[in-house]
Design a protein around this ligand. Structure first.
Ligand code: PRX
Length: 654
């Protein structure tokens, strides 16, 4: 460990991952960006003159009712892209393909949790969206109005989003697992005029009563005048005449004629609330043209999308991944998308593999938390199914431990599919760093290189730029089209959170290091760094060392106060294929010591049945810190525990 790094406040790296997987030759031969040289050339071209590049690509990729006159107006920290232009994201996702004669192409292959299926062509989707946009208008919803969406993963959720976009209403999708309190808070912050929901949605064989939760929320949401209800499950619901409207009634009366409204490039497209580490959720604002372009272009680059691909992203539209890589990116690119309503383990743990086989999915995008669950459930579920259609595998949401990466590579990808570990955030609108599957060799655990147009810089606590392998704050040096435009209704917080700590740079809130080959490794959230005897350590490196032990399914590392060391390493571990024991505890301590050094050896190891997770599947390290420090009362620490109850109590704050 380099001592010099500590003076600047850089983070030590203790992880050594040397494996390298070049793009398979047959894959590269047909790829959009087919060599490392081609990637570098493009990256350099964009970095040298971003505006010239985006001006050209913006004109080519989006439909313009009126052309823009200026590519970028940058008034730090406020960016305006494609100034003066008029476009419409719903037009780009739908009408553009119809204009080009692709109305018959399949847009959505949908599967409900009980096994019901639907297939919608681009022409079908266009018709539904036009009707729904008119339905919104019939209730008085206008351009600029905010509309909340709290729906199960049905095609109507996408119709609702695009229906809003068509008339310039601003959608705010709220994940359909949030509480009434959380919905009301979001309705009020956005001053939503309407909410779209369903009677219920299927989850693990049970009907979740969504309308009932919305009814509760609407008692505290004075701005919401209308509630549109999709009949998904045929559940009896409470009805408030005048306020509540059945989806099918509105659709029956609505016209199919609804030209997309030409909207200013910077017209707000959506607000998406994301948890701040403290305080109330932030309404991240994205606008029309720049976001739409970024979602489309990054989708094409990262997945190397071709017209005959069948693409499946397992995220929910309640998260940014569902906005950018179920809705706006793939649909703008004319992709055929699988969409699934329910849980990965219903009716059994093979559901995802069954879906891949049934639809011959070629591009598959999921989260590390899901991959770790698949590993724990056992390979037999995977082995029953033919996954040979797959050609690219993606991950997003958290770092992927090298061990889980290798499993994904061998068991799911048959050692033939490039893995794209995509680093990005709600705020960035789309992927920022990722391998390009035909161009960039992968290293397990690294998101590899920045996409064209992304200029990352890693900054130490003292403000200097970090050298190779020194961990520091990840920042982005130049505005990009998909960047957030602010926090809804809170200018100060926007400046404070993202633009105050490092001058002139967007602060991502993550730590990262760049290795000697120019590969980036995300090291976890800035707030989660451990400080052991003056050495700053990253959560993910300790966790990856634990996960590399065959008995460990999942691990979370946090710091807890320690008299001598400042902080001691405390870890929470779920095991697979064995029972927790004192011996295993000793063995794991030694294992970490051997893998990454004595400094990172855990003082405490707690075995747990499940790790507490946020609704989007991220480990709740703050809660674990409180448990490790004794600030959160829990039972006997030597036995197997389940923190999901504590997690659910603290969900709304995470
Ligand atoms: O900490 C990073 C982690 O997820 C954060 C963004 O979360 P959210 O806004 O909910 O968006 C998730 C979907 C884009 C990041 O700041 N994260 C996301 N992708 C990765 C990751 N950490 C490591 N590797 C990744 N590939």
């Amino acid at each position: 460990m380099a001592d010099a790094s500590n003076r600047s406040g850089a983070i030590d790296t203790v992880m050594h991952e040397e494996r390298l997987f070049p793009p398979p030759a047959e894959f590269a031969a047909q790829a959009r960006i087919a060599s490392f040289e081609a990637y570098e050339k493009l990256w350099n071209e964009v970095a040298a003159d971003p505006e010239a590049y985006w001006e050209r690509v913006g004109r080519e990729e989006l439909h313009w009712f009126e052309p823009f006159t200026q590519t970028l107006r940058w008034n730090e920290p406020y960016a305006e892209w494609f100034v003066g232009g008029k476009t419409n994201a719903s037009y780009n996702c739908l009408d553009k393909h119809l204009d080009e004669g692709h109305g018959d192409r399949t847009a959505i292959l949908w599967e409900g949790e009980p096994g019901d299926t639907r297939k919608l062509s681009y022409a079908d989707l266009h018709k539904q969206v036009c009707k729904f946009a008119n339905a919104l208008r019939s209730l008085g919803v206008e351009a600029g109005d905010r509309v909340s969406i709290y729906m199960p993963m049905t095609p109507e959720l996408v119709v609702a989003m695009l229906g809003c976009a068509r008339i310039g209403a601003v959608h705010s999708v709220i994940f359909a697992g949030f509480s009434a309190e959380a919905i009301a808070e979001r309705n009020n912050d956005a001053q939503a005029v309407a909410i779209i929901t369903a009677d219920a949605g299927w989850r693990r064989g049970k009907a979740l009563p969504l309308k009932q939760t919305v009814d509760e929320a609407l008692k505290k949401s004075s701005t919401v005048k209308h509630c549109i209800v999709l009949d998904r499950v045929n559940e009896a619901v409470h009805w408030q005449p005048g306020r509540d409207h059945w989806w099918h009634d509105l659709m029956r009366d609505a016209s199919e004629e609804c030209p997309a409204t030409p909207l200013d490039s910077e017209a707000p497209l959506f607000i998406l609330y994301t948890s701040g580490s403290t305080g109330k959720p932030k309404g991240i604002l994205h606008t029309t043209a720049g976001y739409n372009l970024w979602a489309k272009k990054t989708f094409q680059w990262v997945f190397d999308h071709r017209a005959d691909d069948v693409y499946w992203c397992t995220a929910d539209c309640g998260w940014i991944t569902g906005h950018s890589y179920i809705t706006y990116g793939p649909l703008s690119a004319g992709a055929t998308c699988v969409m699934y309503e329910g849980a990965p383990n219903h009716p059994d743990e093979a559901r995802f593999w069954e879906i891949i086989e049934r639809y011959k999915v070629t591009l598959f995008y999921t989260a590390p938390t899901a991959i770790r669950a698949f590993i724990k459930w056992g390979d037999e579920h995977v082995e029953k199914h033919d996954l040979s259609s797959l050609r690219v595998l993606g991950t997003v949401g958290e770092g992927i431990n090298p061990q889980a990466w290798m499993w994904y590579h061998t068991k799911i990808g048959g050692e033939r599919c490039p893995i794209v570990d995509t680093w990005w955030q709600t705020e960035t609108g789309g992927v920022m760093m990722s391998p390009l599957p035909g161009a960039i060799a992968t290293k397990p655990g690294s998101c590899t290189k920045p996409l064209p147009g992304v200029i990352p810089k890693i900054i130490a606590e003292d403000g200097t730029e970090c050298g190779p392998d020194q961990g520091g704050m990840l920042t982005i040096a130049h505005p990009w089209p998909g960047m957030l435009r602010g926090i809804w209704g809170d200018k100060e917080r926007y400046q404070e959170v993202y633009w105050s700590k490092v001058k002139g740079m967007y602060l991502a809130g993550d730590n990262a290091r760049c290795d000697r080959d120019g590969y980036y490794w995300i090291m976890g959230r800035i707030d989660d760094v451990l400080n052991v005897s003056g050495h700053r350590l990253s959560t993910i490196e300790i966790e990856s060392a634990l996960v590399s032990h065959p008995a460990v399914a999942e691990a979370a590392a946090v710091g807890r106060p320690h008299e001598l060391k400042g902080e001691a390493v405390a870890v929470f571990v779920t095991v697979k294929g064995c029972e927790p024991s004192e011996e295993l505890r000793k063995e794991l301590k030694l294992h970490v010591r051997k893998e990454i050094g004595a400094l990172a050896q855990p003082d405490d190891i707690r075995f747990t049945n499940t790790l507490p997770k946020t609704r989007s599947g991220k480990i709740m390290r703050r809660l674990l810190r409180d448990i490790a420090a004794g600030r959160e009362a829990v039972g006997d620490t030597t036995t197997l525990e389940d923190y999901s109850v504590l997690a659910s109590l603290r969900q709304d704050e995470e």
